[in-house]
Design a protein around this ligand. Sequence first.
Ligand code: SF4
Ligand code: SF4
Length: 171
Amino acid sequence: MSPDGSVWRELGQITTAVGRAMGVTLRNLARKPVTIHYPEEKRPYPERFRGVLALTYDPETGEENCIGCRLCEYVCPPQVIRVEMLKSEQRNYAKTFSLELYACEYCELCVQVCPTDAIVMLRTVDLATHDRRELLLDKDRLHAFGLQWEPSWATGNKLREMQAPPKAAKE
Ligand code: SF4
Ligand code: SF4
């Protein structure tokens, strides 16, 4: 029994598709790879990159910047921040501070509302892990991240200044 026309048509389509695919392979054979061997090799993050969150210290006094006001906790859409305030005579502190980074949306709202620039985003996301418990961050780890990686330019005070309405022109 001889094959009918549809078999020849399908055979032709397969041959064309294979030929096209081989053409793409051959064209790219001599090109330099665009991939890199992360994490041994890292690409520089862009200037305005904002990633993992951290807590900061005041560079002049060495004191924690967080005053435990809980604004970040209230504003966080997925409610992944928990803060307990420690009242003190001169100023207040965060007695405890936890952040469930595995459920964070990286929306930056917590940074925007912070009155003391205590919570910032870092110019990194290099925190890959197989165990999500490692992404439940307490106050100590958040402070350690702040010392380990470079903070982004965007602090709460700078962001709020940028959002302020323009002043009326003088007549
Ligand atoms: S970046 Fe957004 S989701 Fe993540 S902790 Fe801050 S407010 Fe919450
Ligand atoms: S990080 Fe900022 S907004 Fe959050 S509790 Fe501390 S001072 Fe308040």
